[in-house]
Design a protein around this ligand. Structure first.
Ligand code: PEP
Length: 254
């Protein structure tokens, strides 16, 4: 089901004490500053999950996401966290394949596909991230790269499973750099992706798929980006660490 969403990715910021203060502040400001109660997802570090889950306590429009998961149910994988553990901690969503996981932890599309399946098997909604680097964009490879990331990581799912997923187009050159894709650049890729989905799963599923844009989304550019017909909200890094900025972005959802 196509939803309008503002998802915040805290990355490796805020521990349990600072996370508690942040979420309390967010919960205080949210009803007053966001009268339309936009849908929010918080992707927080694993160490904060239970703290944030207890503060959200089944909140209707603010959901909790992990930033990563392991592809196995359990076992001898020191330092890793499984999908059943995330569910037990109160998560309903998880990022999969953020570009920082792809780059620094060498996660490739086939591994990410296992993670997507593992999330779905455990009732977690995967937010599958993909996007091209600057070199790939400059070499005119954007569509090819994005297509491969989707074909290998996501589009082999059966339709009913695919419908559970959320997509996030995040051009790597725009993440944490302050260089936002123009609405036209972002819309062009989103439309391409929706077309790929249509070819694979048909028009109805393509129209219902939520595709977020990520890459330096800020209060002053969110409205323009979210007004694009194939952009269904944002995956927000830096600006999600400031309550007022993040809520302003959420409030820019149509
Ligand atoms: C992200 O972390 O997914 C992201 C898009 O970061 P930023 O908004 O800081 O570019």
């Amino acid at each position: 089901m196509r939803k309008k969403i503002a998802a915040g990715n805290w990355k490796m910021n805020l521990g349990p004490i600072t996370a508690r203060a942040f979420v309390n502040d967010l919960l205080t400001q949210y009803p007053a500053t966001c009268p339309g109660h936009p849908k929010i997802i918080l992707a927080v570090p694993a160490i904060d999950l239970t703290t944030v889950a207890s503060l959200l306590d089944g909140h209707k429009t603010i959901s909790l996401a992990a930033q990563n998961l392991h592809q196995a149910d359990k076992g001898a994988y020191t330092g890793e966290i499984s999908a059943p553990m995330l569910v037990e901690a109160g998560c309903t969503h998880t990022l999969v394949g953020h570009s920082e996981r792809r780059e620094y932890f060498h996660e490739d599309n086939l591994l990410l596909h296992q993670k997507v399946r593992q999330a779905l098997k455990n009732g977690l909604t995967p937010i599958y991230c993909f996007g091209e680097t600057l070199a790939e964009r400059e070499a005119d490879q954007t569509f090819g790269v994005v297509e491969q990331q989707l074909r290998e990581g996501l589009l082999t799912l059966e339709p009913a499973q695919f419908q559970q997923a959320i997509l996030a187009y995040e051009p790597v050159w725009a993440i944490g750099t302050g260089k936002v894709a123009t609405p036209a650049q972002a819309q062009e890729v989103h439309a391409y992706v929706r077309n790929l989905i249509q070819t694979r799963y048909g028009e109805e599923i393509a129209q219902e798929t939520t595709i977020l844009y990520g890459g330096s989304v800020k209060p002053d550019n969110a409205q323009e980006l979210f007004a694009c017909p194939d952009i269904d909200g944002g995956l927000v890094g830096g600006a999600s660490l400031n309550v007022a900025d993040f809520l302003a972005i959420a409030n820019a959802l149509p």
